[in-house]
Write a protein that binds this ligand. Structure first.
Ligand code: KG4
Ligand code: ZN
Length: 364
């Protein structure tokens, strides 16, 4: 590529036509998610909401390794992303020429995986001469409950519970976030996955552990509820995980095989403990900040025990709890397209594209 060509790319992105059809017209945004082990493509219209989305999960690919293998993840994103884009476009019954802007997950996430979404997004934006926004993955999760609804009442509290994050965030408006509490060690999803692994369940074990827990008793084992008594909104789950490790190790030292009932009881008692902590800290944050609305986002937001406890608490304490539809709790392209639509509508594109940020705190 010659120097002039590089400059022309920079020129386009420095002066993108933010709303090529004019202020009041509809905008249709194509969004790409490739931060970890899901390749997601979404098409979101300002006027019609989500038009289509396509998704491929790499769970089977990584299952044998007990966790995500970054190099395999990047290669698989590369293999899938174009076909998923074609599927999303054909489901939406539109062509690339009808897309007004592009969004992609800029971070946080795995560098190689992020680069795949960034490359495809910026290439399309360049060839079609449309704006491109690199957006924050966690902000996508925060807005995911709005994928299928026009109702957006600010402010609210977000409980963001994913494989990499456990945070309580006060959301004052789109783009205005105040971090109230964070995990000091393991994220909730990570604690679910590690405990599931101890119980012999394949990766990622969160949903499978929850299924197993349905056959057990939450009162069978008394696991710790870390940091519940402390006067802050932070979390810590490593002690809870260690309690399960000790229990499992003790039984293997005693050469006892855990029965199916034991395993289900451990799963249920673990789930009871971790959801107690998540609910209790969320209630504390709602009270402290005088908020009346709680939005639950991220993969662990699909957990039925957590939902049941929060619904019960909502009734008792007079606040509203909103969840994204289950299919949008885990990573997806729809939330990135929605977030991109917000950014592009308001002309907030961030730095010049083809930029990724594997480590990127939400509050920056
Ligand atoms: O938000 P997400 O798809 O990816 C990240 O950005 O991390 O969350 C994935 C996490 C995994 O740890 C997975 O085990 C957990 O969400 N998860 C669940 C459930 N479904 C997914 N954890 C508990 N119960 C579930 N039903
Ligand atoms: Zn996520």
């Amino acid at each position: 590529m010659r120097k002039g060509e590089i400059l022309s790319i920079i020129g386009i992105f420095a002066n993108p036509q933010v709303n090529p059809r004019g202020e009041d017209s509809n905008l249709i945004i194509l969004g790409f998610e490739s931060s970890c082990d899901e390749t997601g493509v979404g098409i979101y219209s300002i006027n019609q909401g989500l038009i289509s989305h396509s998704l491929h999960s790499q769970i089977q690919l990584h299952e044998n390794y007990g966790g995500v293998v970054p190099e395999l993840a990047s290669r698989d994103h590369l293999k899938r992303i174009i076909n998923l884009t074609k599927t999303a476009l054909s489901d939406a019954k539109i062509t690339l020429d009808e897309i007004d802007g592009i969004a992609y997950t800029r971070g946080p996430g795995l560098a190689g995986a992020l680069l795949v979404g960034a490359s495809v997004a910026t290439s399309i934006a360049y060839t079609k001469r449309i704006p491109c926004a690199g957006v924050h993955h966690l902000e996508g999760h925060i807005l995911s409950p709005f994928i299928n609804t026009e109702k957006r009442d600010f402010p609210f509290l977000t409980l963001l519970v994913s494989g990499g994050h456990t945070q309580l965030i006060e959301v004052k408006a789109v783009g205005e976030y105040l971090l109230l509490g964070d995990t000091r060690d393991d994220a909730a999803g990570e604690a679910f996955d590690k405990t599931a692994k101890l119980l012999g369940l394949p990766y990622p074990g969160g949903a499978k552990l929850s299924e197993l827990a349905k056959n057990g008793s939450g009162q069978a084992y008394e696991f710790p509820r870390p940091m519940l008594d402390q006067d802050n909104l932070d979390f810590s789950f490593s002690g809870l995980k260690t309690a399960v490790v000790n229990l499992v190790n003790k039984s293997s030292e005693e050469r006892k095989t855990l029965s199916e009932t034991n395993r289900a009881d451990i799963a249920a008692s673990f789930e009871d403990a971790i959801t107690d902590v998540l609910v209790s800290k969320s209630l504390k944050a709602l009270r402290t900040k005088h908020l009346k609305r709680l939005v639950v986002s991220g993969g662990v937001g699909a957990n039925s025990a957590l939902r049941k406890k929060l619904d019960q608490a909502s009734e008792n304490e007079d606040f509203e709890t909103l969840y994204p539809p289950i299919e949008f709790c885990t990573d997806n392209g729809a939330m990135i397209a929605l977030l991109g639509a917000e950014k592009i509508k308001n002309g907030v594109l961030g730095p010049a594209p083809f930029d990724i940020k594997p480590r990127w705190p939400l509050t920056q």
